[in-house]
Every structure is written in structure tokens, then in C-alpha cells.
Design a protein around this ligand. Sequence first.
Ligand code: NDP
Length: 304
Amino acid sequence: MPRILDGAAIAAQIRQEVAAEVAALAARGIRPGLAAVLVGHVAASEIYVRNKVKTCEELGIYSEMLTPPESVTTDEMLALVADLNRREEIDGILLQLPLPPQVDSKRLLDAILPEKDVDGFHPVNAGRLQAGRPALAPCTPAGVIEILKRSGIPIAGARAVVVGRSDIVGKPVAMLLLHENATVTLCHSKTRDLASITREADILVAAIGRAGFLTAEMVRPGATIIDVGINRITDRAEFERFFAGDARREETFARRGAVLVGDVDPHAFALAGAYTPVPGGVGPLTIAMLMANTVKAARLRRGL
Ligand code: NDP
């Protein structure tokens, strides 16, 4: 039987450690602070940001939510970021993406002080990560490493294959695995004969954004599968393809008209030595690592 890597439990453990660090900093008169900027009313983004702010409150981190209107301009957003950069009580600035089309997202992300860039998206932090210097690493990739380490999955010397090369997931995951001494192959949509590469993986990371894309034939028996993908499926035929006979999901689908599936076909998990489920695998780590990054930023900025 494959081992299920319980992301929710690992995230809870990290939140506890962060809360302890926050308490230790409080004893020195320091309270880490996070500013979350949410533009407009994208339902999913609102849920994400509210969860982030709520988690801050639970852990004793100061937080505030800024909500500029949908019609905001790049210049107005630049002014807002400049203000947050200046404010002493703010250690982390989080810009919830996507931003409306009239706003230049890249310019804004580049305007955040690298020391306050708790999402780890600033080119300076990407460069520091590559150079192996202490950096604020992107939260989801950092979460992937935490899952592997805390589950006792050996990384050093392992053959790791990452499918997906985005700046926010695939590339930084590959870089972090490399720093942990895995032998890393990074695949993408132009990769030839993808299956022959994924079948060599001891650790297979899927960050593609396509429901159930990696199938059982693409997995080496016994491999550890880390499924970063989050895809919502509403189509009955697609549901049947992945989850026929799964009574619990059947009930969810009937009730909500949708279920989540990762980038790995759930049938492939039976072959794995260990895997992260969707939901409840990588997802919960993202907010936990954001909290960890906020505390890290507070310490680094004060030279602690
Ligand atoms: P992007 O769309 O930015 O990147 C997708 C990557 O997959 C690209 O590099 C693309 O290749 C590659 N790809 C697409 N099709 C294929 C294919 N047929 N074969 C091989 N590679 C392919 O997605 P993200 O990195 O932002 O997100 C990936 C997934 O992770 C999504 O499902 C997203 O929802 C999820 N996610 C989950 C998070 C969490 O908290 N758990 C956080 C962030 C993302 P190319 O570069 O050649 O186009």
C-alpha cells in the first residue's frame, strides 16, 4: 500500500513552530507583520487572502488586508507598494495574483523590497535562491521540500523529475531539490518522450495545471509522487474517468457539482511508494510556508 503524505498534518506542525518563534520574538518586543493586497473581487483570491489573514491572527502575526478597487492603476499600486516598503511594522508584502489586466504585475512584483517579498517572486530572491544564499523561497516549492524532509523521503542522490517550469512552482522546486543534492530533470511542454523521463523518477513532482495528466504508465513503481496541481472538474465523464467507484468523491460531486483533482491521474497513486493527495497534500503547506517566510523576513530584516 502506498503511503499517503499528509500535508495538513505537516502544515499544522509548521504552524506550531512558527507560533513558537513569534512568541520568542514577542519577548524581544518584535511582532512580525504581513500586508496582503487584494485587488477587486475574484472569489478564489478572496478566500485565499482571508485564509492567510486568519492564519496570521491564529499565530500572533500582525496582518492587514488592503483592498484597492478593480479599476486601480499601475501608478496607484506602485504608490501603495512604496508605502508598504517604507512602513517599519510590515515585514512581508503579499500581492494576490492575478491582478486586473490594466495593472503591470511584473513592475509591481519588482517594486516590492526583496527583504519583504514573502512570496519569493522578486528576481533578487530568485537569484539568491539559485546562488544558494539565504533567501525567501517561494512558498509552494518550499512546502514541497518540507513534505519530503519531514516524511523522511531521501532526497540526496535521488533522481528527481519535475514536470512544469513556471517561475512560481516548477523552476524553484527544481532548484531547491538540486540544493538538497537530488539529480534533477526539469520537463515542460516541449519535452520529447516525457514518459521515458518520468519513469526514471524516484521523486516525481507534477506542476502542470492539467487534470490527471500524468498517468500510471508514466510512473516508476515505488516512486514518491508530489502532486502540486489543483484542478476543478465539473464534467461527469471526466469525473468518471478519475473517480468511478469512489463513494466519498461521488457524494462531493453530487453535492457541489465539482471535485478537485491534481495533475496526476489518481489511478497512478496505487503504484507509488508515497504520494501527496489532492486536496490535503501540497495545498496546506503554501499558507504555512508564507507564515514561516513572514517570520524569517522579520528576523533577516533585523539581522537576527
Ligand atoms: P503554469 O501554467 O504557470 O505552468 C505550467 C507548466 O506546465 C509549464 O511549464 C508548461 O510548460 C508545463 N506543461 C503544460 N503542458 C504540458 C505538457 N503537455 N507536458 C509537459 N509539461 C507541460 O502553472 P503553475 O506552475 O502556476 O501551476 C501548476 C499547477 O500547480 C496548477 O495546477 C496550479 O493550480 C497548481 N498550483 C498549486 C499551488 C498550491 O498551493 N498547491 C500553488 C501554485 C500552483 P511550458 O513552460 O513549456 O509551457
